[in-house]
Design a protein around this ligand. Structure first.
Ligand code: GBH
Length: 492
């Protein structure tokens, strides 16, 4: 049902667009010009590079629903969410936002923003219900339909192969990522998908946020598969995940078309110089390299740092030189999920050369207790990555915030906290691109409210509000903010 689930009039009122989806004010007569008239700086002159790619992001388990449709196998998240006490509101994603059935409407939501790119993930258990073996063609059909719809609407697809929904069969058979059998199975799945979708998908991300699936899934037990492993087992999982990334890079190149582009989507541990001095900046770079040793550092350098191995001691992951060559297979870009500062760094005269400042209890947070607003992370993370490893192409694969998102008396969700957050992060992104940091595009998390893992439906990250009962989508005020930013190619 195209676009009818929220009232067109309401949408137009909130966004300042006519009912036909045309802007009421043309960009040229919009706020950018008003700024000029008011004597404010013309922000169009400090915009983003020409051709900068604006998009939104989602992931399969968080939006699709239809978990039993067309032969999909169970994933570790189905099992985890159906285990008592794992999800704060006792929910699961059996139907989620029902994107599986409403994908056409959802493509219109992206289009209404003026976005030109969409990052989504493919559910491995739809494609290989048992993790390996015979593929389920009906599973891939869903993504064929989605790709057709994206293409018909001028939307460039960016596909993530693994956004945490591991086939449960691999957990049962091999212990999931505790075994390198899973790394190999991941490469076989990646090869199959690249072979079938690689004619239309030019950009693949291997694994979303290695560190979260390692720590929260296998260390703290807060995410699927809910394990609390020992330090040595955890380091082995981390190694197997990195190996899975490298094997998938090779498989995609071997089975995709010439020119296919591939890279990770990492939430690199973000290290911000507490005060911008040359010494602190250098310290923040060193911290970035050490604190990402098991992830970006090994992927881009092909070795674990001395400090990582020394600190691990007898718990160091078992690995071969060949593993390291695979993990560091050349990639075409680095995807970065940037949400917050993980550490403010001060240069220090100690062995590591830096001190990580403890966060004061008074440091503010957004609606989610973990989400500290620190917009300068959006400048420093891509800058460090570009500088440390000479990376030439970067995408911001996620950035956004949850909010309480309550409708006001007039029915509108005035999510000015989200707008404040986005405006500040984008301002720092603009600083980065204007200084030549090679960020090519930005994917806002998220297109719409979705199943926020162990927070269930209690944390909403969308530009579009989703009523999870009726599945109705309604734009929040931030949808207008993003649309205006895209139209100007400058922060609105
Ligand atoms: C991303 O993770 C995910 O890729 C995406 O699926 C998700 O919906 C989105 O962000 C919003 O969360 O242990 O309680 O302190 C974000 C990065 C880093 C967020 C770890 C949660 C720890 C929570 N995550 N963080 S806690």
């Amino acid at each position: 049902m195209p676009f009818k689930r929220f009232s067109r009039r309401q949408f137009a009122r909130i966004t300042g667009w006519s009912a036909l989806g045309m802007p009421v004010l043309s960009v040229g007569s919009g706020l950018a010009d008003q700024g000029k008239e008011n004597g404010l700086p013309d922000r169009r002159t400090s915009g983003f590079p020409d051709g900068f790619l604006w998009g939104t992001a989602t992931s399969s388990y968080q939006i699709e629903g239809a978990v039993n449709k067309d032969g999909r196998g169970r994933s570790i998240w189905d099992v985890f969410a159906h285990t008592g006490g794992t999800i704060s509101d006792h929910s699961n994603a059996d139907t989620a936002a029902d994107h599986f059935h409403l994908y056409k409407e959802d493509v219109q939501l992206m289009k209404a923003l003026g976005a030109k790119a969409y990052r989504f993930s493919i559910a491995w258990p739809r494609v290989f219900p048992e993790g390996t073996g015979s593929p389920n063609p009906k599973g891939l059909d869903f993504y064929n339909r989605l790709l057709d719809e994206l293409s018909a609407n001028g939307m460039e697809p960016f596909a993530t192969l693994y956004h945490w929904d591991l086939p449960q069969a691999l957990q049962d058979r091999h212990g999931g990522w505790t075994s390198r059998e899973t790394s190999k199975a991941f490469a076989d799945y990646a090869a199959h998908v690249a072979g079938r979708l690689g004619d239309r998908v030019k950009h693949f991300f291997t694994i979303n946020e290695c560190s979260r699936l390692v720590h929260l899934g296998h260390g703290l037990g807060a995410d699927a598969p809910g394990l609390k492993l020992s330090p040595s087992e955890l380091k082995q999982v981390r190694h197997n995940v990195a190996l899975g990334h490298g094997l998938a890079v090779q498989a995609i190149r071997a089975h995709g078309r010439a020119g296919i582009r591939v890279g990770p989507a990492e939430n690199a541990v973000s290290c911000i110089p507490a005060i911008e001095t040359p010494a602190n900046i250098r310290a923040a770079e060193m911290a970035t390299r050490e604190l990402n040793a098991g992830y970006l550092t090994v992927m881009l350098e092909g070795r674990y740092t001395d400090a990582y191995l020394a600190q691990a001691g007898k718990d160091a992951p078992k690995h071969t030189a060949e593993d390291l060559r695979i993990i560091s297979s050349p990639i075409d870009f680095v995807g970065l999920n940037v949400y917050m500062p993980d550490h403010y760094v001060v240069a220090a005269d100690n062995e590591r050369g830096f001190t990580l400042a403890p966060f004061p209890a008074s440091f503010p947070h957004m609606n989610a207790a973990w989400l500290r607003p620190g917009p300068e992370a959006m400048y420093w993370v891509p800058r460090h990555v570009a500088k440390l490893w000479n990376v030439k192409s970067i995408y911001i694969t996620e950035n956004g915030t949850s909010g309480s998102d309550q409708p006001a008396a007039d029915g509108t969700i005035y999510d000015v906290d989200r707008i404040m957050y986005l405006r500040n992060y984008l301002t720092h992104l603009q600083r980065a691109t204007s200084e030549g940091v090679p960020v090519l595009g930005y994917f806002l998390w998220s297109l719409m409210d979705n199943f926020e893992w162990s927070d269930g439906y209690e944390q909403r990250f969308g530009l579009y509000h989703v009523d999870f009962g009726t599945k109705r989508r309604t734009p929040k005020l931030s949808a207008s903010f993003y649309r205006e930013t895209i139209a100007r190619n400058a922060v609105a």
